[in-house]
Design a protein around this ligand. Structure first.
Ligand code: ZN
Length: 296
């Protein structure tokens, strides 16, 4: 019996000795596996959150893409519209000022919500020292016309012309701090008065002022307000409207001079009628479309 019991104990011990390392190995395997599992699940969570971030970025990019697409198609439509109906722009220009009426012209422009371009005479600017700055302060543009406006002096030689031109350019710079970028030749590029003094002067001075960085402008609509018999307000309005209709870029010649009250009075109706015809108003610059006569 005793032997039998000892045998049983020994057998049990043997079994335990055999099973213990197996159990320990199994336990270790379970621990390693569970650690790996937890590491993998951590990675999975990180990956999932990264995926979420990426998918929200994709949604955002898709949104931006479709908004760009709609902007592009809007631009295409606008371009097609512009081809069918090119924009119409009117430029009110006033030569020979400043004068006693400059303030009234500025008031009329302001009251009608538009701006104008003033091609000034130096000798008149000297007599109205604040006028140039008032013109600019209201958002209008000052261009070079002439210091003296004396045809027999300025058109006698290129040297005379450029000296008169530069005198006014310097004066405008000094008084306003703004260097003008546009000019208008007295009488326009195709004036024939200059022929009396120099037949070729207009062909010569045009590239000279361009080289000096100033763009010359003529006009395609003459309000005819500078005729000897000063026209009435109604005559000026009807001339300007009739002529402007022919151009998408209407550069309108008017005068800023003491005797031209009817030009001032015509401004509100010119603006309202041209606006009704679809014109916007702007000022000339060295970037606006060229309107130039061919020198005669
Ligand atoms: Zn003039």
């Amino acid at each position: 019996m005793a032997n039998n019991s000892t045998l049983k104990k020994r057998t049990l011990l043997l079994v335990i000795l055999i099973l213990l390392p197996v159990c320990l190995a199994l336990a270790a395997a379970v621990i390693v596996l569970s650690l790996r599992l937890s590491a993998l699940s951590g990675k999975l969570t990180a990956q999932q959150s990264e995926n979420k971030g990426l998918s929200s970025q994709i949604t955002k990019i898709n949104g931006e893409y479709s908004s760009l697409e709609s902007d592009y198609s809007k631009l295409q439509n606008e371009k097609a519209d512009e081809k069918k109906n090119p924009p119409k722009v009117a430029y009110l220009t006033f030569d020979d000022g400043p004068s006693k009426l400059t303030g009234k012209i500025l008031d009329a422009l302001k009251a009608n919500g538009v701006h104008g371009t003033f091609f000034v005479i130096g000798l008149n600017a000297e007599k109205n020292p604040d006028a140039l700055n008032q013109i600019l302060a209201d958002g209008n543009v000052v261009g070079i016309h002439s210091w003296t406006h004396q045809y027999d002096v300025i058109y006698k030689s290129t040297a005379n012309f450029m000296s008169d031109f530069n005198e006014l350019r310097e004066y405008i710079k000094q008084v306003t701090g703004v260097d003008p970028t546009i000019c208008r030749f007295p009488g326009g590029t195709n004036n024939t008065v200059s022929f009396h003094y120099d037949k070729h002067i207009m062909q010569q001075i045009t590239p000279m002022v361009e080289q000096a960085g100033v763009k010359p402008y003529d006009w395609n609509v003459d309000s005819e307000d500078a005729q000897t018999h000063v026209p009435t307000k109604d005559q000026i309005v009807s001339t300007v409207i009739r002529e402007s209709k022919q151009y998408n870029n209407a550069v309108i010649l008017m005068h800023d001079a003491d005797q031209h009250q009817s030009s001032v009075d015509a401004i509100p109706e010119i603006v309202s009628q041209l606006k009704a015809l679809g014109y916007k108003f702007s000022t000339l610059s060295n970037k606006t479309p060229t309107v130039m006569f061919k020198p005669s």
